[in-house]
Write a protein that binds this ligand. Structure first.
Ligand SMILES: Cc1cc2nc3c(=O)[nH]c(=O)nc-3n(C[C@H](O)[C@H](O)[C@H](O)COP(=O)(O)OP(=O)(O)OC[C@H]3O[C@@H](n4cnc5c(N)ncnc54)[C@H](O)[C@@H]3O)c2cc1C
Length: 389
């Protein structure tokens, strides 16, 4: 491959794709393009440690030596305007073209915009990039009151009451079943959010967290199939097979549910990037990872494994009142997924169970972790190949 592999997007997925290509023995040119003017960095700490600590530094995904040592041509501050799929060429914003043999689109997602009066005021921000996090850090130091729109991970529906108590203990007021009708400002800077019931919530900083939309425009304009993301097959190939897509931007049929999904997690981005690299070097494998996710809110370590949409019943292990519990979600007798708060052992066991294709009966879950471990061991003896897959 003369022109080699070009990766657009230098986030979690793009950087992993570059690393995995080298790990898989690919020795052609690898160009990694990102529009941000930063060494690629970890996103999760932005909302957890970075914005609250004025001295916190960004955490690079890889040290500088990684790029030079692996002959990865990282080009920061470069925006790609257009893909010419026929000519296998990219148009760079501001001029110039880059040729490719294979293209990996790791363009990620961006915050959904809020269509609301006042959304354009200074002090109304969303959090996606390091630049956003720096701005929020600066603004929060000047703000007495902050309003956050959107529940995010607190969409852990069943845990919501528990989460409410913990947040309120931290001085956070949680309003659910409420929408914000408009934002008010003074001198061009936000001063309050007005709810649909007319309540005025004073705020010098408003953070919009109402979800993200995938960055698909580049692919769409090139005629690549889109369906809530860049549509890929189980090998991460788009409708133009030389063009692959990974991470937040990619949608695919998930083996676990049989449904179409687009996942937004570091694990999904890195697993898909590894798989894309294997496809490129000719060792294609179907995507078989069990989805998992984590986050931290205050003193709650939240972990999820599986995909819990469509559940119709659940079993709770542990004690919500003690801030340590797990919720096992079922559709009929099938375990869909587990949400854990400060119970990492449940999460790890859940990953093993779902990865092995083992769905314990609800009464086995209710009997506790030892019973679950024994049931998994018995299942693995009966179906060793599947359990070790
Ligand atoms: C604040 C925050 C906290 C998070 N916390 C967690 C967590 O706790 N756990 C977890 O699992 N996940 C978390 N996530 C989600 C996780 O970070 C994403 O799922 C992950 O970053 C997706 O990686 P990606 O490479 O697909 O996309 P991104 O990381 O979004 O990277 C895509 C990059 O491509 C660039 N790009 C797009 N189009 C172009 C173009 N045309 N030309 C050049 N460059 C382009 C973008 O600007 C961006 O830099 C968090 C995300 C955020 C923002």
């Amino acid at each position: 491959m003369k022109n080699g592999v070009v990766i657009v997007g230098a986030g979690h997925a793009g950087v992993q794709a570059a690393a995995s290509l080298r790990e898989e023995g690919y020795d052609g040119p690898v160009i990694l393009i990102g529009d941000e003017n930063e060494p690629p960095y970890h996103k999760p700490p932005l909302s957890k440690t970075f914005i609250k600590d004025a001295d916190a530094k960004p955490q690079p995904l890889r040290g500088e030596a990684f790029y030079s040592g692996n002959a990865i041509d990282y080009r920061p501050g470069v925006w790609i305007d257009r893909i010419d799929g026929g000519e296998r060429r990219l148009d760079v914003s501001g001029g110039g073209t880059i040729a490719f043999d294979r293209l990996v689109l790791a363009t990620g997602s961006r915050p959904r915009l809020l269509k609301l009066d006042g959304a354009e005021l200074a002090g109304v921000v969303s959090l996606r990039s390091l630049a956003d996090a720096r701005l929020i850090r600066e603004l929060s130091a000047q703000s007495e009151e902050v309003v956050i729109l959107g529940g995010g991970f607190i969409g852990l529906e069943i845990a919501a009451t528990h989460v409410r108590q913990r947040l309120e203990a931290m001085g956070v007021r949680l309003l659910t079943g409420t929408t914000v009708a408009r934002l008010e400002g003074e001198g061009g800077r936000v001063s309050a959010a007005i709810t649909s019931s007319g309540e005025r919530l004073p705020a010098q900083l408003v953070i919009i967290g109402i979800g993200v939309v995938p960055n698909v425009e580049l692919a769409e304009a090139a005629g690549i199939a889109i369906a809530n993301g860049i549509r890929v097959d189980q090998h991460m190939q788009s409708s133009i097979p030389e063009i692959l897509a990974v991470g937040d931007a990619a949608s695919y049929r998930h083996w676990f549910t049989g449904g179409d999904v687009r996942l937004e997690s570091v694990q999904n981005a890195t697993d898909q990037a590894r798989l894309a690299a294997r496809t490129i070097v000719g060792h294609a494998e179907p995507f078989a990872a069990v989805p998992w996710f984590w986050s931290d809110i205050g003193d709650m370590k939240l972990q999820m494994v599986g995909l819990t949409q469509g559940g119709d019943s659940h079993v709770v292990l542990g004690e919500p009142a003690e801030n340590r519990f797990s919720i096992y979600h079922y559709a009929g007798n099938r375990l869909l997924g587990i949400e854990s708060v400060n119970r990492p052992a449940d999460h790890m066991l859940g990953r093993k169970m779902l990865g092995a294709g083992f769905s314990p009966a609800p009464h086995t879950v209710a009997a506790g972790p030892d019973a679950l471990k024994a049931a998994l061991a018995a299942f693995s003896q009966d179906e060793p190949a599947r359990a070790s897959a």
